[in-house]
Every structure is written in structure tokens, then in C-alpha cells.
Design a binder for this molecule. Sequence first.
Ligand SMILES: *Cc1c(COP(=O)(O)O)cnc(C)c1O
Length: 398
Amino acid sequence: MGHKINDQWKISTMCVHGSGGYDKSTGSVGKPIYQTSTFAFESARAGAEIFLGEREGYVYTRISNPTQEAFEKEMAFLEGGEAALAFGSGMAAISGVIMALCKNGDNVVSSDTLYGGSHQLFTETLPRWDITVKEVDGTNCKNIVKAIDEKTRLIYIETPANPTLTLIDIAECAKIAKKHGIPLVVDNTFSTPYFQQPLKLGADIVVHSATKYIGGHGDTVAGVVVGHKEFIDNLRMSILRDMGGIISPLNAWLLVRGLKTLAIRMERHQANALKVAKYLQFHPKVKSVFYPGLTTHPQHALAKKQMSGFGGMVSFEVKGGRKAGETLMNAVELITLAVSLGDVDSLIEHPGSMTHSTYAPEDLEAVGITEGLVRLSVGIEDAEDIINDLSQALAQIN
Ligand SMILES: *Cc1c(COP(=O)(O)O)cnc(C)c1O
């Protein structure tokens, strides 16, 4: 009757059905938006029992809500995890995980090419609570091993990394984490579970900026964490409840709706990105192109090993550095000059002065974010139109 979830379903089926079947009380096929802050108790005793955890039930939307739960259930299925927890943004999810695992005096070992907001959290904000983050070049796992000490509480990696598309070997990092008895946390925003499932490669926790491909339409900001039930329950009842960085029911609903088309969107993003990357690769005004799906990507073999597809993000360096990049970004007509990524619309930006301006100038070059690097989130428009737009914009660089 359309309400049973079969965990043997393939991922594209799960994208459509993973949030659960129709609403039992009304028959509503669309997931209802439970736009409420509070929930009535059947009786005073029932309320007390729910508070004690002796009875299932909803209390207050900062703790749980059926629309949030539908999204969380689906993300857990898609990532192959036991449970998931939604947050109001990717940064709330990432900071929440670290706060749950660390106290003052502890440290984190992280890869060094990160979303600019994560880098800022790690180097500016967390140190205020005496939590230090050692950012190392994770493309060589030995650097991670070397940085671990008795106060290290987790390993954090972003792969493919924003914005350089460098990869880190998830299975290798998982082995290191296991050996040291600490969890491996993977930011899976760029790949989504459609192309990469870190938990199946041995990672313990996955985080996402659901703002990006999960929502997919550029209409909401959200985050999610997937992992073991015990960890997620604890995260909900400590960090989420006490820090309060929750997702709204409406935004959770937008993500459930977005996920329905994740599989076909990712296929199209990837097909377009590969065409764009191949086009740029041979363009006389382009110095280098970074896309894991290109055989020239230094980690193409690793990409094939740990990803089932290469995603929709392409970064490239134009000849003529920052000035040439600016000319290009000012000249695009179809593509929008804006940060964020993973939308159905193509978006272009300059990491060095925008998303990654949180890095000190000398650190930018060290992690591969050069002055001329441009990041392109390839949308689902017709590839030919995207390429034609790039072509006319590149022609304006002199
Ligand atoms: C955007 C992004 C984040 C932060 O997510 P928000 O939803 O903007 O808070 C974290 N990691 C990666 C890789 C991102 O691209």
C-alpha cells in the first residue's frame, strides 16, 4: 500500500521513498510540514513519561519534530548509517559534532583544505574554548598519523575538498582512526551519498552542508550528521537541545522534497561537469582544471576507488591570475556569480577572495587555492549552453 520501506532498495528508489510512506492519519502522500513549536500530551502522566524517556512522543520542536525526523530517517538510509540528526546549517552540524566529542584541552586532527567556514571555526573560534585543530596535508595519511597525540579526539576530513577537489583516502583514514580508538568524521557535502558513502568505507560520522546538493535548489540553509545511534542520541540530547541550532520544519520538508530528485540531479551534474571540465582542459586561456573525473586528476585512481561518480564541482585556474578570473566572472551571462554550490543553477565564484578568504594569504597558496582559481558549481542546464557561456566569457580575457 505504499508505506513500507525496504532497506534493500537501491539508492535512487530510497531517494524517493526513504522518508517513509504516506501519512497514516490523513492519507496525505506528500510529507506534512508539522509547523508547530509544541505537542499536546494525552495526559499529565503521559507528558511526564515522555520527559523521562519511558514513552515515545514529541515534546517540543527544538528536540524533535516529525518533519525533521522524516528527513533524518532518509539521510540515515542514504548514508547507510544507524541514525541522523538535522541542524540549522552545515556549520551548526560540524561545530556540534566537535563540541560533542571534545572538551577544553582536547584537539582535532584535520585535513588542511577545507570549506572556509570550517577553517575559520577550527583556527579562530574553537581555540577560544581551548580546543585546537591541527590542519595537515591529508593527501598523505602519514601526516595525519604524525599529528595524533593522546589528546586527539577525532580525525576530520573533507573529500573532495572545497574548492580544490583534492581527495583523501577515506578507508586509510578509517584504519588510522580505528587504531587510535577515535572516530573519523567526513564532510561528504561535495559527493553526497549518491556518489560516496564514507560509513561503508569505515568512517564513523558523516556531516553535510545540506544547503548544497541535498536540498539542491538553493532555497534553504541546513546541515545534517549521520552516525551510530548512540552518538546521534547523545548529540540530540546535549548539543542540539542545549545549543539550539535546529532546522525548521519547513526547511526539513524542502530537503525531503529535494532528496526525491537527488539521483537524477547528481547524474546530470556529473555529466555536465565532465563535459565542462573536458572543454576547459583544452582552452588556451585555462592553465589547469581540477575535476576528479579527469584522468589527469592526480588522484583519479583514488576517485574511482572510493567514489561511484565524480560530482558536479569543477575548479580551474585561468591564465592571468586574479584579474583574468575577475574578467571571466563578470562576463558570464547564464552562470551566476554567487557563492554556495550544488544548486540546479550553475554558480561561479572566486574562493581566494570569497568562500576561502578566511585563510591567511600565505596559507591559501599552501593549500592550493591560488589567486587565479575559480570554482564552478555546474548546474543541470544544458551542457552546451553552459559551455557557450564560458566560451564567450573566456574570450573577454585579454
Ligand atoms: C557550505 C559548506 C559547509 C557549510 O555549510 P553551511 O550550510 O553553509 O553552514 C561545510 N562544508 C562544505 C564542504 C561546504 O561546502
